[in-house]
Design a protein around this ligand. Structure first.
Ligand code: 0X9
Ligand code: ZN
Length: 381
C-alpha cells in the first residue's frame, strides 16, 4: 500500500493535535509545531484521520526531493558505513598519539560499530561522548560528529582543543545504526528509520532510540510503540538490540560526564525528560541542562543565523527509552539531543542536500565545543 507524506491540522476541538500523538495510531511523526504535524502515513490511515476530524494535506515534496536530491552525486557527499570506517581508520592512523579506533560491538547484521577515542590520557575521568545516526535516514547526523572528530584532531595542538585532550577524552560514535543506514542506500528505502532486526511477527526493525533502559516501554503511543511493524517500535525488552547494548556498555565502561546525540530534522536542542511532561526534579541539574541547551541554540544562531529551539524533549512529543533519558536517568549527566537541519519538511526533511553538510557542521561546532567545555572543564564557566 502507498505511503504518503501529509501535513495534518486540527479542524475541530474534538480532534486536538495533541491527541494524534498520544493515541496508538502507528504514525511516523516527522515534525510537530503548534499548528500542524507532518507525518508519513498509509493512504487508508490518512482517510481514517480525516474521518476523525483532522485536516490532511498531502505534501508532494518527498517524491520531488527523492528524485532531485537522492541521486548519486548528492549521496556522494555523505559517508556510507564503509567510507566512514575508512575515514575513521585514516584519522586514527594519522594521529596515533591522541586517537584510537575502538570496535564497540556489532550490529544485527554483523557490521562493526566504531568509536573514535580522542585524548592524550587513557582511562581519564573526564570524558564526553558524541553519538550519531541512531536513525537510518538521518544522514546529516553522521556527518556532524564525524567532522567534529576530524576537527579536534586537526586542531589538537592549539587551545582549547589541546587543553581538552590533555585533561580528558572525547569519544565519537558517528554511526550507531549502520545496518539501517545501508538499507536507506538501497532503491526505494531512503526513508527507513529503524535498525534491521527481524521481528517475531515477520516485520523488520526496532527503533534504537526507544530501546534504552530507563523507563523503557512505559508508553504505548504513536511516537513510542509496542507494535513491531511501527516506526517507533520499542523492541521486546530494554537493550534487546546489539546497537544499544554497544552504547550502553561503552557508557558504563567510560562513565561519560556528558552525552550529546545527533538526529535530524527540525532544528531543536532537546533535554530530558522525554518520557514525561514534568521537568527533571533536581533544580541544579535542570538549571544546568536548560542553560546549556539555550546557550547552544544561541551559539548555533550566531554562525549562520539559523534558529534551533531549546526545549524539553517531551514538548516535541513523548517517548520512552530514548538515549538521553537513559544517560540522564542512569548517570545524571548532561544529556542533549540535537535535531539538525533542516527546519521543516518543505526544506527537504530528512533529505538534506550535500552542499548543506559543511554549513550545518559550521553552525554546530561552537555548540559542540560549549558542550565539551562544560563537561570537561566544570566550574570554569
Ligand atoms: O523521535 C526521536 O527519537 C527523536 N526525533 S527524530 O525525528 N530524530 O526521530 C527525538 C527524541 C527526543 N525525545 C523525545 N522527543 N522524547
Ligand atoms: Zn532521529
Amino acid at each position: 500500500m502507498a505511503a504518503l507524506i501529509a501535513r495534518v491540522t486540527s479542524t475541530t476541538p474534538e480532534a486536538p493535535l495533541a491527541r494524534l500523538l498520544t493515541a496508538p495510531l502507528g504514525l511516523d511523526v516527522w515534525e510537530v509545531t503548534p499548528d500542524h504535524v507532518v507525518l508519513q502515513v498509509e493512504e487508508a490511515q490518512a482517510g481514517r484521520l480525516e474521518a476523525m476530524g483532522y485536516g490532511v494535506e498531502q505534501l508532494r515534496m518527498t517524491e520531488a526531493y527523492l528524485s532531485t536530491f537522492a541521486t548519486g552525486t548528492a549521496e556522494s557527499g555523505y559517508h556510507t558505513a564503509a567510507t566512514l570506517e575508512q575515514d575513521l581508520r585514516r584519522l586514527a592512523e594519522a594521529h596515533p598519539d591522541i586517537a584510537e579506533l575502538h570496535g564497540i560491538g556489532r550490529s544485527v547484521e554483523g557490521r562493526p560499530l566504531w568509536a573514535l577515542r580522542i585524548g592524550e590520557r587513557r582511562g581519564s575521568d573526564r570524558t564526553v561522548a558524541f553519538l550519531g545516526c541512531h536513525h537510518a535516514r538521518e544522514w546529516i547526523s553522521v556527518e556532524v560528529p564525524y567532522r567534529l572528530a576530524e576537527h579536534l584532531l586537526e586542531h589538537s595542538s592549539a587551545d582549547p582543543v589541546q587543553r581538552w585532550l590533555q585533561q580528558g577524552e572525547i569519544w565519537v560514535v558517528p554511526m550507531v545504526n549502520p545496518d539501517g543506514h545501508e538499507h536507506t542506500r538501497t532503491p526505494g528505502n531512503r526513508l527507513w528509520r529503524k535498525n534491521r532486526r527481524r521481528n517475531r511477527d515477520g516485520s523488520v526493525g526496532v527503533d534504537p532510540n526507544r530501546n534504552y533502559g530507563y523507563m523503557w516501554g512505559t508508553l504505548d503511543i504513536s511516537t513510542s510503540s509496542h507494535v513491531p511493524s511501527d516506526q517507533t517500535y520499542v523492541g521486546p525488552r530494554a537493550f534487546s538490540e546489539p546497537e544499544t547494548r554497544a552504547v550502553r556498555d561503552l557508557v558504563a565502561r567510560r562513565l561519560f560526564g556528558g552525552v550529546l546525540t545527533y538526529h535530524s530534522y527540525s532544528q531543536l536542542v532537546l533535554y530530558p525528560w522525554g518520557y514525561i511532561s514534568r521537568p527533571v526534579r533536581d533544580e541544579a541539574d535542570l538549571h544546568a541542562v536548560r542553560d546549556l541547551a539555550e546557550e547552544m541554540a544561541r551559539l548555533v544562531k550566531g554562525v549562520h543565523g539559523n534558529s534551533y529551539t531549546p526545549q524539553q524533549s517531551s514538548q516535541l512529543y513523548p517517548t520512552a527509552g530514548d538515549t538521553t533519558d537513559w544517560t540522564y536517568g542512569e548517570y545524571a549527566v548532561p544529556s542533549i539531543t540535537v535535531e539538525l537541519r533542516p527546519a521543516s519538511a518543505l526544506d527537504g526533511g530528512f533529505i538534506l542536500p550535500a552542499e548543506q553538510i559543511e554549513p550545518c557542521w559550521e553552525e554546530n561546532r561552537p555548540a559542540a565545543f560549549e558542550f565539551v567545555r562544560r563537561v570537561l572543564e566544570p566550574g570554569e564557566s
